[in-house]
Design a protein around this ligand. Structure first.
Ligand code: HEM
Ligand code: HEM
Length: 275
């Protein structure tokens, strides 16, 4: 997918979600806006109610979208299904698309009436969607290969230059000076041994280096410090993302189990949709 196709891919998904939501809200507005006790007398009650042709259909199609959006992502991620054809990254975007549109359709299926045990499924669904949004934020903070695979800490660390070698060989600095300069790049804010920027500049001024050399050393050290901080943040994000899975997945399971019960109950009551 080129950058332009990717932009089209994302914007079409966003447009579909926005247009569908506006359509669903607009067509059913007068029904959803009627108080529960009076809905029975609404001319389109049999159409919009959760067991009506339209309301029931929204529940079924929305649930199928969620199921498909989850299974295709897991199939690709864990079993490399369609691995040659589609990148994990694009499939995650598709997961987010289906698992946003599906819940919106389910919301209109309920006709904003959250009763019984099935309301637990509804609120679990809301929790999964909200946790999904948070997960997406964490996800994009973690550096990945172009494929979408998480880069390991080792891989990111290998991007760092061997700074002490450069300082001692290229700039002919002695070992204690190199060690002093390196201390500036350490990412730990609370480190007692940390060297501040002014201390660093002072030390460089007292050395025998030219102005241009001092400038390039400063640049090198600042880059290194940024990378160290990024690695520190990456470790935090990887940990956070592990904890995040502990929220997203169980809510999805709770939802699945209650929806199965909910569907079984409606079938037992004889609701067959259009079949
Ligand atoms: C995430 C999925 C779903 C959620 C959260 C959900 C939620 C709800 C809620 C909150 C209601 C209203 C309950 C009330 O009257 O107070 C309802 C009703 C209903 N749902 Fe679902 N639903 C889902 C999926 C489905 C599916 C897949 C089907 C059918 C295969 C279905 C069939 C029905 C029917 C027939 C009713 C009307 C029941 C009645 O009037 O007694 N739902 N659903
Ligand atoms: C009802 C809606 C949703 C359900 C049932 C659902 C379910 C799941 C499941 C079962 C996984 C796989 C977890 C794993 O591999 O351990 C997953 C992954 C994920 N989902 Fe969702 N999801 C939903 C909506 C969303 C939404 C709305 C977003 C984002 C806005 C989202 C973002 C993610 C992310 C970032 C991952 C993790 C990707 C990874 O670790 O590779 N999900 N979801």
């Amino acid at each position: 997918m080129t950058k332009t196709t990717h932009k089209i891919y994302i914007s079409s998904m966003v447009s579909i979600i926005v247009i569908a939501t506006i359509y669903l809200a607009y067509t059913g507005y007068s029904y959803y806006n009627t108080v529960l006790e009076e809905r029975f007398y609404h001319p389109k009650h049999d159409w919009f109610k959760p067991s009506g042709a339209y309301g029931h259909g929204l529940g079924i199609i929305g649930t199928l979208m969620i199921l498909f959006g989850v299974s295709i992502y897991i199939a690709r991620k864990r079993y490399n299904f369609l691995g040659k054809f589609i990148r994990l990254k694009y499939l995650l975007e598709f997961h987010i698309f289906l698992c946003t549109l599906g819940p919106i359709m389910v919301l209109f299926h309920t006709a904003f009436k959250f009763g019984g045990i099935v309301s637990v499924a509804f609120w679990s669904m809301v929790a999964v969607v909200l946790s999904g949004v948070i997960g997406r934020f964490i996800y994009i903070q973690i550096p990945r290969t172009i494929e979408g695979r998480e880069l390991s800490l080792q891989e990111v660390k290998s991007m760092k230059t061997d700074l002490s070698n450069v300082l001692s060989e290229k700039f002919r600095l002695d070992l204690p000076t190199v060690q002093f300069l390196i201390r500036f790049t350490k990412n730990n804010e609370k480190d007692q041994n940390k060297v501040s920027l002014s201390e660093l500049k002072k030390a460089l001024k007292h050395s025998n280096l030219t102005k241009t050399e001092r400038g390039s050393i400063l640049k090198l050290l600042k880059n290194e410090r940024t990378l160290s901080r990024r690695i520190g943040r990456l470790q935090t994000m990887q940990k956070l993302f592990k904890y995040w899975h502990v929220a997203h997945l169980p809510f999805a399971l709770v939802m699945l189990i209650i929806v199965i019960i909910h569907v079984a109950v409606t079938l037992a009551f004889g609701y067959k949709w259009i079949f």
